[in-house]
Design a protein around this ligand. Structure first.
Ligand SMILES: [Zn+2]
Length: 75
């Protein structure tokens, strides 16, 4: 099952979820279907451009090794 970004029609690879009470936003790899209301599917592009509101904390739990960008850093 392919999930699509909530901002555009691109295939989603990231899940964004948040807890309003804790003012925390999490970004995680999309490994299972997103539960409606519990998270938002996003493409790499939109997840990367996400900026938390003032006073909020963004926790990036995505895999640290991202081959696409690692090769660019080497070059
Ligand atoms: Zn998108």
């Amino acid at each position: 099952m392919t999930q699509h970004c909530v901002r555009c029609a691109a295939p989603a690879t990231i899940v964004m979820s948040f807890l309003y009470g804790e003012r925390t936003i999490w970004l995680e790899d999309l490994t299972k279907p997103v539960i409606p209301g519990a998270g938002y599917a996003m493409c790499e592009d939109h997840a990367g451009r996400l900026t938390p509101p003032v006073g909020w904390t963004l926790v990036d739990r995505r895999r640290p090794v991202r081959p696409l960008f690692a090769s660019l850093e080497v070059a």
